[in-house]
Ligand binder design. Sequence first.
Ligand SMILES: Cc1cc2nc3c(=O)[nH]c(=O)nc-3n(C[C@H](O)[C@H](O)[C@H](O)COP(=O)(O)O)c2cc1C
Length: 407
Amino acid sequence: MVPIPRRGVDYRGKIVLAPMVRSGELPSRLLALKYGADLVWGPETVDRAIIGTTRRYNEATQTVEWFRVASHGQKEPPPDAKENIIYATHPEKEKSRLIFQIGTSDPDRALQAARLVAADVAGIDVNAGCPKPFSTSGGMGAALLRTPDKLCAILETLVKNITPEFEIGISVKIRILETPAETEALVRRLVATGITGLTVHCRTTPMRPRERAIRGQLRMVADICHEAGVACLMNGDVESRDQGLKLAQEYGADGAMIAVSAEKNPSCFRAEADGGLAPWEEVVKEYVKTAMDVENRFGNTKYLLAQMVPGKAGLHQPLTQSKNYTAVCQMLGHEEFMEQAQEADVRRGLDKPPVKQSKKNKSNATALAAGGQTGQARVKTQQKKALSERVANSAQPEMELKPIISV
Ligand SMILES: Cc1cc2nc3c(=O)[nH]c(=O)nc-3n(C[C@H](O)[C@H](O)[C@H](O)COP(=O)(O)O)c2cc1C
């Protein structure tokens, strides 16, 4: 077992929520914590997306939000400009248990991004496992497994600058490599960077999510971590708290991380002794309430509900077509939430038909498409910016991420 870390969270004996783009937004994390998750990872947030955001405290929801205003390529955003919330946290409920995961391929940018959130989280994690072209084409995610010098430089920069200033630990999430020897060489380098935790997703980069996780290299990874005083979490096909604790013990890991099973039913974090898995109806009710409490983006709420409501309930089509929280509560029979749902819809403008794109924005889009008016270089910068924003806001699940960015 690893010694208790002097700084940052203690990972030992922990069952944690995995980082999940789109599925790991604030209400999902709060629900996971409510059902007993020990720590929660936020969805991967690309460094460029968080850099340049403004932080504010939202009194109404008691959340901290990092947002930017869409400027559509103009210096001053138009008065009707839309605000994009890039990241949100509920300090009271999750600060000491929230790990912020960065998507990055550059030590300086990683540091700039980490500085913006470090005071509000319990740890910073670097994503070195996302296999999708959207991540790897920018040198991020699983591409970092093939550029260990760069990955180590990122981790060392964060350890050197973030840990002493904010008293939080730095961790990394990797996948196994093709051979145990390759994985061993990589892990030996990573644990020497000063990180406090390492999560190993027990699949190789080309493996599909449906393929069973391979645990043959796990004990070796955990042993190398422990020799260096680094905690090791296992990930891949863990479905519940009890199973995770058993597997961690069997393979010598400190704890386990759950993704897909938690996306479907976050009560998987509850021990059998405390009631185990709750029925989906109960979980969905909690989720809708939590999503309204923190004013979650309706599109994200709808997406998560589609993961949680079983197909056989026959609700997927009406859910997909629903336009606001009131409709969702009606459909699910949550009469007691109707008032809150109506208020939430009014606040978010969901009680009216969607606003058409303004003339100004339309003409900007045309100018961009034409490419001539503002000059080729400026258009390119604007397109890159817009794509980066999409990266942060589209929040697609890892398996579905499209190669939409070429920066
Ligand atoms: C919807 C979805 C989004 C994901 N997004 C991320 C992410 O942002 N960062 C990351 O490191 N892994 C991401 N993953 C991978 C998971 O964290 C985890 O490594 C993987 O799903 C294996 O765990 P499981 O077998 O419990 O599902 C994502 C997985 C899913 C299903």
